[in-house]
Design a protein around this ligand. Structure first.
Ligand SMILES: O=P(O)(O)O[C@@H]1[C@H](O)[C@H](O)[C@@H](OP(=O)(O)O)[C@H](OP(=O)(O)O)[C@H]1O
Length: 412
């Protein structure tokens, strides 16, 4: 581990949650991703969807991704240098985590979890999917939930959230449960409603931009006062109109026979792990290192322009700051020269002393603009021969590769 001086390290995250209501993706999601207004400084995109249709996308050859939403997100983000780091799907609940390709060597311990809570835990129409990783040495967990619908199920939503937290356990020492991570982002169609107030009162508050009248009757805000599991979770002010429920294709609240009361069902919250008091043992010392972690929310908004679903998408941009950065690569790849022939296609790699090799390690050759880690042009196994044990440098040679562009990664 290296402490690279006093300068804090910061990461810009763009998080989206959207219940897409089984719709096919709209042609253009540029504004949802802020690609039209951004300064290109976003480090990671985290996209949590609910009610994704399971229809197989025949255009996609790679069997890994079988839905149009993953494809459209990859198509939009890869030209900007974002690569899908991991994804997790549980029926309609989908989580996609993208990062700028040059961060990849420093995103480690990537794991995902799923928890079904529908039909008493047997059906994945409701529940949570998560992805965790360490980012330059700091543990982060992203949890995308779709909690039960309907006004009267507020307690059930809290119970399901607790059971998702209990059931999601990751391997390894650094962080085993969701709340053990340095930072947690919790988002999704959490399905909380606005209690008590009559439809007319809610609609008039919305029409007159007086959202604060509704805040205190929002079930999630109310639950924050009484539920211990919500301690430490923070959320920015809801300064956008409730994102549910709209007539599809319009910006008009539900005119169907169901007449659902508008609600902020779609939310993005975050939580910093509490720092253990001094002398609290091993955990305490880990916490000591992360005590300067800071999350700044730059915006929290809905996107009214998207009408394919009965929900509007919600997005938020955050800066994450940590007091230090672990930026020593486990593997250094050295390409000495331009490759002009197959014979030149040689790469030397050096491993950090603390890196324990696996026979599954491979080195991939990627085109600039690659979409995910299996999107390689070619790969070779980073095999370890007995005679290699004492060597610090190792060499691999590619055969049969094209020589257009290249990015090389060691896959752990
Ligand atoms: O698709 P699922 O997981 O089974 O759950 C449905 C989903 O949450 C819909 O949003 C909801 O419709 P509303 O948003 O209109 O309430 C529907 O309620 P419903 O049974 O009243 O149609 C739920 O059953």
């Amino acid at each position: 581990m290296s402490l690279s001086g006093p300068a804090p390290f910061s990461n810009r995250l763009h998080i989206v949650t959207w219940n897409v209501g089984s719709a096919t993706p709209p042609d253009d999601i540029t504004s949802l991703l802020g690609l039209n207004v951004g300064d290109g400084n976003t480090d990671m995109y985290i996209i949590g969807l609910q009610e994704v249709n399971s229809m197989i996308n025949k255009r996609l050859k790679d069997a890994l991704f079988t839905d149009q939403w993953s494809e459209v997100c990859m198509e939009r983000l890869s030209p900007f240098g974002y690569v899908l780091v991991t994804s997790q799907r549980m029926q309609g609940v989908l989580l996609l985590v993208f990062a700028k390709y040059f961060h990849l060597p420093f995103l480690r311990g990537v794991q995902t979890e799923t928890t079904r809570t529908g039909l008493g835990g047997y059906w994945g129409n409701k529940g949570g999917v998560s992805a965790r990783m360490s980012v330059y040495g700091h543990t982060i967990c992203f949890l995308n939930c779709h909690l039960p619908a309907h006004m009267e199920n507020s307690d059930q939503r809290m119970e399901d959230f607790e059971s998702i937290l209990q059931q999601q356990q990751f391997e390894g020492q650094a962080a085993t449960g969701v709340l053990d991570h340095d930072v947690v982002f919790w988002f999704g169609d959490l399905n909380f409603r606005i209690d008590d107030l009559e439809m007319q009162v809610v609609k008039s508050a919305i029409d007159n931009n007086k959202f604060s009248i509704l805040w205190e009757k929002d079930q999630l805000n109310m639950a924050k006062d009484s539920e211990t599991v919500l301690e430490g979770f923070q959320e920015g002010p809801l300064k956008f109109p409730p994102t549910y429920k709209f007539d599809v294709g319009t910006n008009t609240y539900d005119t169907s026979g169901k007449k659902r009361k508008p609600a902020w069902t779609d939310r993005i919250l975050w939580r910093l792990r509490a720092t253990a008091p001094a002398g609290a043992g091993k955990r305490g010392s880990i916490s000591g290192l992360t005590s300067g972690a800071k999350v700044t929310q730059h915006n929290y908004r809905s996107h009214m322009e998207f009408t394919v679903s009965d929900h509007k998408p919600v997005s938020s941009i955050f800066t994450l700051q940590f007091p230090y950065k672990v930026d020593l690569p486990l593997v250094t790849i050295i390409v000495e020269d331009e490759w002009n022939s197959v014979a030149d296609a040689t790469v030397i790699f050096k491993l950090a002393p603390n890196y324990s090799r696996s026979s599954w390690d491979w080195i991939g050759l990627f085109k600039v603009g690659f979409k995910h880690y299996k999107d390689y042009v070619g790969y070779v196994w980073a095999k370890q021969e007995e005679s290699d044990f004492l060597r610090q440098e190792h060499q691999v040679i590619w055969m049969h590769v094209g020589f257009n562009t290249r990015i090389i990664f060691f896959h752990i």
